[in-house]
Design a binder for this molecule. Structure first.
Ligand code: B12
Ligand code: SF4
Ligand code: SF4
Length: 380
């Protein structure tokens, strides 16, 4: 007779999940303690919703579902191969997880299907609660204990077959299932990700300072990007994959066959000038069913300005001059910064004219700063 565990595993893989593990509903005590310490040390600052109360719920499956006995931990790869190489003009980078359709929608739908079909397959009532990323559940702690993968020093879960290019999802259930063993793998002496992080956000093995992570700065942060961090962001306009791109475990990662996660045209390395010129409606249209919506229109424009400033190609000056007339002070602020980095007569002229128009105090300060920076460069 097929065991319940094998029915669970077989059904989940049949629905397209690449990896399935099972753990108990016992609390993740090490992770709870670590996360509480991280909040208290200010390392999770900027994420207002990431509270101590949330940490306590996220690490205690029995609190998330009354009578919980097990957590079915699932992973689905989003590794759709190398980035697009077409297009001309300055290009930016978007994190791989956002090259296809919005994973929240895709995976939630599949989790609901999984839970509905499970009862029929097992022939008994099953209570479940599903999580993918946005709910109060510590996805990585569950995946580690269920043997789906191990914690890399960049804090991502590394899987032997699909590397860290996987979304994680959990089904907390009242089904009693025998748990899998955690993997016995570790990163060993490797520290490539720690050395490669441009902002120093990996402050030690398994510890991220959220405030410095480019993923936070370009996706979650709503206000201005701190000026000292802007030059370190390079050409990333949504998320960051540097600590995963350098990871040796990812070199042999299997590619995904999931149609929803194949890369859309001009998503992996988008041309930046047309991106900056998108209006609100164009943004909604282009990023429909995409995780990129999370950055919001002005947030993405802010990021594109920073990337153009870092790339330093004068071809972007007219588009940045237009951005300097945006209704959004946030976009004007970052456009001024970018023009100050690119320099040249046209950039100086644009900044001077903008300085003569009424501007919010912060924006005016940024424009004057950019002009001072360029004047100092001419003198040097
Ligand atoms: C908040 C959050 C972020 C924040 C904070 C990042 C962070 N490190 O937590 C920001 C916005 C920066 C972010 C960025 C990214 N995120 Co994110 N994020 C989350 C979220 C919502 C919560 C994570 C969390 O609780 N962090 C709290 C801290 C305290 O936990 P931690 O950093 O993982 O640290 C753990 C270890 O230190 C461990 N630990 C403690 N002591 C020890 C000792 C040893 C020896 C070991 C091994 C471990 C260990 O305990 C801690 C708690 O579990 C989860 C979804 C979820 N609901 O779980 C997705 C999630 C973690 N993110 C995900 C992704 C894909 C990303 C990005 C790759 C996106 C991108 N390309 O831009 C980056 C990766 C950045 C990085 N290097 O971590 C995936 C990760 C998939 C995977 N393979 O691991 C998740 C699981 C979403 C999902 N369901 O798929 N993210
Ligand atoms: S995602 Fe980028 S900024 Fe964040 S820890 Fe990794 S390398 Fe550093
Ligand atoms: S780069 Fe090295 S240290 Fe970092 S997660 Fe990969 S194997 Fe671990």
């Amino acid at each position: 007779m097929t065991s319940r565990e094998n029915i669970v595993r077989g059904y989940a893989t049949g629905l397209g999940f690449d990896l399935v593990g099972i753990t108990t509903a016992e609390p993740f005590l090490r992770d709870e303690q670590a996360a509480l310490e991280r909040v208290q040390a200010g390392l999770m600052d900027g994420l207002g919703w990431y509270t101590e109360e949330r940490v306590r719920r996220a690490n205690r499956p029995e609190v998330l579902l009354e009578g919980a006995q097990s957590v079915i931990s699932l992973a689905l790869s989003y590794n759709s191969g190398p980035p697009d190489a077409d297009g001309s003009g300055p290009k930016g980078k978007i994190a791989r997880y956002a090259w296809g359709d919005d994973y929240h929608d895709v995976i939630k739908k599949r989790l609901r299907q999984f839970c509905e079909g499970l009862e029929a397959r097992l022939g008994e009532p099953v209570r479940t609660r599903i999580f993918v990323d946005d709910g109060p559940m510590n996805d990585r702690a569950a995946a580690e204990r269920a043997g789906v993968g191990w914690f890399g020093k960049n804090t991502n879960i590394l899987t032997p077959s699909h590397g860290s290019w996987v979304f994680l999802a959990q089904v907390v259930t009242d089904l009693k299932l025998s748990p899998d063993e955690p993997l016995k793998k570790t990163c060993g002496s490797c520290v490539l990700c720690i050395d490669a992080c441009p902002t120093g956000a990996i402050v030690g093995p398994y510890v991220i300072d959220n405030r410095k992570c480019i993923s936070f700065l370009t996706i979650e942060l709503r206000g201005p990007i701190p000026k000292d961090l802007r030059p370190l962001i390079g050409d990333w306009v949504f998320g960051c994959d540097i600590c995963q791109d350098v990871c040796p475990v990812n070199r042999k990662a299997t590619q995904t066959l999931e149609p929803a996660f194949q890369q859309r045209h001009d998503f992996s390395a988008p041309e930046l000038i047309p991106l900056l010129e998108l209006d609100e409606e164009g943004f909604r249209e282009r990023f429909r069913n995409s995780a990129i919506k999370r950055a919001k229109h002005v947030g993405l424009q802010r990021n594109v300005c920073v990337a153009l400033g870092n790339i330093g190609d004068a071809i972007a000056v007219p588009a940045l001059a237009k951005a300097l007339e945006s209704d959004s002070p946030l976009v004007r602020d970052h456009a001024a910064w970018a023009l100050g980095r690119i320099g040249g007569a046209e950039a100086v002229q644009t900044l001077r004219s903008a300085s003569l128009k009424p501007q919010e105090e912060d924006v005016q300060e940024e424009i004057l700063d950019a002009l001072r920076h360029l004047a100092a460069e001419v003198q040097a």
